[in-house]
Design a protein. Structure first.
Length: 263
């Protein structure tokens, strides 16, 4: 066979193979750009996903306040001596006198709690910063007193200072049972959340539906600011220490999710 005839046979074979390939692809769908239609993320979600619910989510805040009806007073005695036994003895004497004052004012035992008793040694240094070899022993004893009659707060402080208390951590005020304030603050938080949701819905041309979810972050108790009072030893007898109870507040925050009603 001549070279020319052999080349013709090769061309015919190639043409047949090309025709078979085009026939196998003819069953695929085509799009405007030619070839198979691509599958997009949007079309996949539309075919298998569900429609998200239409909702509005808001936060509501409520606060309720009332005068305090209980005071917490932290006071005690600090003594310093080069002899450890003497420092302890002096401290015991002072605190015994303070405890006698509390009992005389009819403070019950359940309302008196020891919160700190500590002792440490201080090294003594001279003017050049060199240790002298002398040591001082510090002894501190503190109690926390719950006072249910606020009118006696100033009197208690004054008498305790006169009896020997020289370490007063401070005075704070609270309410014995904050549940009523928490309920009032919660009602205000609910009303605040609904008002915000209705305003949003109205402004967007929608209407509120049922409540889908509600949660509370808890009541935040805001006591009156503590009154810091420090004694330098025996009181001067100038009358009761002036104190002010201020106001006790409770804050409640909630989150509510409302459905958007179908119009």
């Amino acid at each position: 066979m001549s070279t020319q005839n052999r080349n013709k046979l090769i061309l015919v074979a190639l043409a047949g193979l090309l025709a078979i390939a085009l026939t196998g692809c003819s069953g695929l769908p085509t799009w405007a750009g030619g070839g198979p239609q691509p599958t997009t993320l949007t079309s996949a979600l539309q075919s298998g996903g569900e429609q998200m619910p239409r909702t509005v989510s808001v936060n509501g805040v409520g606060m309720a306040s009332a005068p305090p009806d209980v005071a917490f007073i932290q006071l005690g005695a600090e003594t310093i001596h080069t002899d450890a036994a003497q420092a302890i003895s002096d401290n015991t004497e002072r605190m015994t006198a303070v405890m006698d004052v509390l009992k005389a004012m009819e403070i019950e035992d359940k309302d008196i709690q020891t919160v700190s008793y500590s002792m440490w040694i201080e090294q003594v240094y001279d003017r050049e910063g060199q240790p002298t070899g002398e040591t001082r022993h510090h002894v501190v004893n503190q109690v926390r007193v719950r006072l249910r009659d606020l009118s006696k707060t100033g009197e208690l402080l004054q008498k305790a200072l006169e009896a020997g208390a020289n370490n007063v951590g401070g005075v704070s005020f609270s309410v014995a049972d904050p549940k009523a304030l928490q309920q009032k603050a919660r009602d205000q938080a609910i009303a605040d959340a609904r008002s915000k949701a209705e305003q949003l819905a109205t402004g967007l041309g929608a209407q509120l539906g049922a409540i889908r979810q509600a949660s509370e972050y808890g009541g935040v108790i805001v006591p009156s600011a503590p009154v810091e009072t420090f004694g330098g030893g025996v009181g001067g007898g100038g009358g009761p220490v002036p104190v002010s109870g201020g106001e006790f507040s409770v804050t409640v925050e909630i989150q509510v999710v409302f459905d958007i009603a179908e119009l």
